[in-house]
Design a protein around this ligand. Structure first.
Ligand code: GLC
Length: 560
């Protein structure tokens, strides 16, 4: 790669703190470990498996929502922000999980879902029972419909999950009435963040969990809380990504400037619990905002600490695309003194071991199912290992998603009948949705449900091919994906890569190479093997070198 860009060096973070270099492991509670054998993962299951995460060598865990919820969107529909869903356990189970994690040196981040509540939340029940214009309705976004009988939605917005973003209610007197906004499922009414009562409530929720000892919050749909005041029509197709070319108008539901006041207030609350490098409590934005400069506004010094780097996740597997996104990401966050973050998989996207097995340039699929073009599993895993080794060498903080340390692929042949993601239903099956990355993960090859729980039960079926990915087939096996992750995390820590300085090296067009923390990193995206300099001592490799000691296609090496 010709790396003659202005940005030759970047640190990935100016203000040091544990979070600036942390590797944070996402746990999706439904699918991590099931202690009671009902087929749905739970908090005691997670606690019992914490040693795995300590052995792996991550710094923190982030738990997707475990709060009381009808599970219309797998827990991102919260009915009570201060409790635990009985499916997952009790509040004492949460306390125990936090304590046991800390005892192993693992910090704990919980999910906060402020854009919308569940329709089962007491506030929404009150709003339905109350009159138009009442205080109870003003906690949400209720409007009269358009057209003579108010029978048309108030505007043309579409839900991220498909279909209209408005649903009409039946008024207490039995007549068809107002409409309420839901950018996601109809069971997820959007809150009205212009209402001071809503703001006060969430400050209190922050305190509730901070008092229980959590180290921070991952903030769901952080770019959606404030809507353009006139709720203007938006003709474009709806996407969670604000998708902004700099010269295009901004969608009226995403990335409005007003959201930043909310995060400034929250930052003050968090800082009152600790703000030093060691005891800082952090806010992480899930904000699908582009370009990187716009995203960087969420991590200005008095706002959040981190934002997920989805532009990185979405970048194509080519040397120029990876070079461009890494450079842009570092520049944008350096400009505001925040750490860059890196992420390849989560509970909303096709796992990278499968995504990278699709032809380069394939648009990001929203799930893969029977009859869809299937990824090349071997190629996907090979590239996923190379991509992870590249990512873990970058300065900044990195997010891992449960199961990726096993090289786990997406379940790409789930029968449609078992799908639970509302996206599938709301798009009439046009989008398969996100169930394929949420399948319970395999721990023991020969146990029922591959050791996910004590029984065969699993809320989504696990494919028969998953025995080979089970942790017990990989632990202690040289070259396994698990040992690759574990080794890379150890070296990353030893060499201080997360707080290091990236310096690009000149390389051919299909190769990326840089130094960081005394190591040189090289990824070969091209068809031909690439020789290493004489005397290079390889300390980690995503694939074996060829007989001539060269780096093969789709492989990353770290060497001294
Ligand atoms: C976020 C979550 C996703 C959820 C949505 C609505 O994007 O990551 O899983 O469906 O918000 O809460």
């Amino acid at each position: 790669m010709n790396t003659n860009a202005t940005h030759q060096e970047a640190t990935g973070g100016a203000t040091p703190g544990w979070w600036t270099e942390a590797v944070i492991y996402q746990i999706y509670p439904r699918s991590f470990a099931d202690a009671d054998g009902d087929g749905v993962g739970d908090l005691p299951g997670i606690t019992a498996r914490l040693d795995h995460l300590a052995d792996l060598g991550v710094d923190a865990i982030w738990l997707s929502p475990f709060y009381p919820s009808p599970q219309a969107d797998a827990g991102y529909d919260v009915a009570d922000y201060r409790g635990v869903e009985p499916l997952f356990g009790t509040l004492s189970d949460a306390d125990r999980l936090i304590a046991e994690a800390k005892a192993r040196g693992l910090r704990v981040i919980v999910d906060l879902v402020p854009n919308h509540t569940s329709s089962a939340h007491v506030w929404f029940t009150e709003a339905l029972a109350a009159a138009p214009g009442s205080a109870a309705r003003q906690r949400y976004v209720f409007r009269d419909g358009r057209g003579p009988d108010g029978a048309e939605p108030p505007n043309d917005w579409q839900s991220v999950f498909g279909g209209p973003a408005w649903s009409r209610v039946t008024e207490p007197d039995g007549r068809p009435g107002q409409w309420y906004l839901h950018l996601f499922d109809s069971a997820q009414p959007d809150l009205n963040w212009d209402n001071p009562e809503v703001r006060a409530e969430f400050v209190d929720v922050l305190r509730f969990w901070l008092d229980r000892g959590v180290d921070g919050f991952r903030v769901d749909v952080a770019h959606g809380l404030i809507k353009q005041a006139d709720l203007a029509d938006w003709q474009e197709p709806q996407e969670i990504l604000s998708g902004q070319e700099v010269d295009k108008p901004r969608p009226p539901m995403w990335d409005q400037d007003g959201v930043h006041d909310i995060y400034r207030q929250w930052r003050q609350v968090l800082d009152s619990y600790g703000s030093s490098a060691d005891d800082g409590r952090i806010l992480v934005a899930e904000a699908w905002v582009e370009p990187a400069e716009r995203l960087a506004r969420y991590v200005r010094p008095d706002e959040m600490h981190q934002a997920f780097n989805f532009e990185y996740l979405l970048a194509a597997w080519t040397a120029p695309a990876q070079y461009a996104v890494i450079t842009r990401s570092l520049e944008a966050t350096d400009a505001v003194g925040a750490p860059t973050t890196w992420v390849l998989s989560n509970h909303d996207v096709v796992r990278h071991a499968s995504r990278l097995g699709l032809p380069v340039g394939t648009p990001r699929p929203n799930g893969i199912g029977i009859g869809d073009p299937q990824p090349d599993a071997a190629l996907g895993l090979r590239r996923a290992r190379a991509a992870t080794l590249l990512m873990l060498a970058l300065p900044g903080s990195a997010y891992l998603y449960q199961g990726e340390e096993l090289g786990l692929p997406e379940h790409t042949t789930l029968p449609d009948e078992v799908r639970q993601d509302p996206t599938f239903r709301r798009t009439g099956g046009a989008h398969r949705g996100r169930d394929g990355c949420r399948v319970p993960i395999p721990w023991e090859a020969d146990a029922p449900s591959y050791g996910f729980g004590p029984t065969d039960a699993s809320w989504l079926p696990q494919p028969p091919s998953w025995a080979e990915y089970a942790l017990d087939r990989q632990r202690g096996v040289p070259g396994s994906t698990y040992e690759l992750y574990r080794g890379a995390l150890r070296l990353r820590r030893e060499h201080g890569l997360g707080r290091g300085t990236l310096r690009w090296r000149e390389s051919p067009d299909t190769v990326l190479s840089f130094t960081n923390g005394g190591l040189t990193v090289l990824t070969n995206f091209g068809p031909d093997p690439v020789p290493l300099p004489a005397g290079a001592q390889v300390v980690q490799a995503s694939a074996p070198l060829d007989d001539a000691g060269r780096v093969p296609t789709d492989a990353t090496v770290w060497y001294r």
